[in-house]
Ligand binder design. Sequence first.
Ligand code: HSE
Length: 435
Amino acid sequence: MADQPKPLRIGLAGLGNVGAGVYKNLLKNRSLLQERTGRAMEIRKVAVRNPSKPRTVAVPDELLTANLDDLIEDGEIDIIVELIGGIDQAFTLVKSALERKKIVVTGNKALLAEHGKELFALAEKQKTPIYFEAAVAGGIPIIKTVQESLVGNRIDSMIGIINGTSNYILTRMAEEGLDYPEALKEAQDLGYAEADPALDVNGWDAAHKAIILASLSYGFWLRAEDIYVEGIQDVSLVDILFADSLGYTIKLLAVIRLDESGGIEVRVQPSLISNGHILASVNGVFNAILVNGDVVGETLFYGSGAGQDPTSSSVISDLADAAARLGDCGGRRTGFVPHGLYGQPVAIDDTVSEYYLRLQVADNPGVLAQIATVLGNLDIGISSMIQPEEHEEGIAPIVLMLHYATFGRMKEALRQIADLDCVRAQPVLMRVESL
Ligand code: HSE
């Protein structure tokens, strides 16, 4: 048997909400990741402030340390995952990691917005990357999208809802009439808010992300003082209701826009958007970013913008990039990786959904009973029925909404119904997808 590549050895700094998610999900999808990346991922050490604190994930005591330097000084560790948050300590940790040529994975948007210029210069000098998919929009892969998929575009604009906490608060205020502190407390309990939730509500968390997106798009680090930031602290329920009565929804929007003279507008503000616009339907912890590229046109990226699992999904994607970067992955970066974890395709007849069925039938007594009998014999329930009063002489349309059934049973019902003498046109069947 060919030699297995060495495991990717990870030093995890921080075991808060996201750190615990990374630990948990690396274990959960361990074999899937190994098949896809060609390497096992092994957490060698976990640095926490207080090793004896009870945790939501069971980390063996021998992995825990209270000293960040233990991660840096461990010559076996290839990658430092920085999830301690804050700026000063994280800055020192990331710099020390790069100086030792350890790859860095971070979700720290404040750190990158403040010190990106210096850190990426060091990364370049050390030929050691910093990956930061988790720093913007939680589980949405917007960083790799901008850096890779849209690399052939000049970015004309990005308009985004990029703070999950404030979007959650605005949604709860609008939908349930909650007051602001109650909604914020919920967002904190759900693990969406920053350690300092002021950053979420004063707009600066979104601003840090906007700085990263704009800097990636335009190729130089924008400074915090170059952008305008307002938060949602002063948005009241009264404004939300007035806006709604005028056909608008209030969202905390980050706007990044390139003008014809090369000026770059970057701002974060609560803004009214028309209820008909797709961004108005982005609710709760969801984020969405509309990206306009000069080649691709308009694209939209949507997903959970905060929370343990979505954000750890992004961190893990960076670990996979690091695995590829460190080599030993054979042909695994050639576009398709065969692996066998997901079983086999399901036959269409075995797939299940609800259905919409429209029939044209003879307008006679007993017709409905014949149709109901066919459906009943095949154990297909009717959830509702409409028969418009006005119809063509002698022919009646019937629309039936049907409960869950396999497509195979539904096709058989359709065949039997189409054979009934009372049915006067080809039945129309559509699936109802509950999304
Ligand atoms: N506090 C952040 C938010 C977490 O609510 O969006 C994800 O960056």
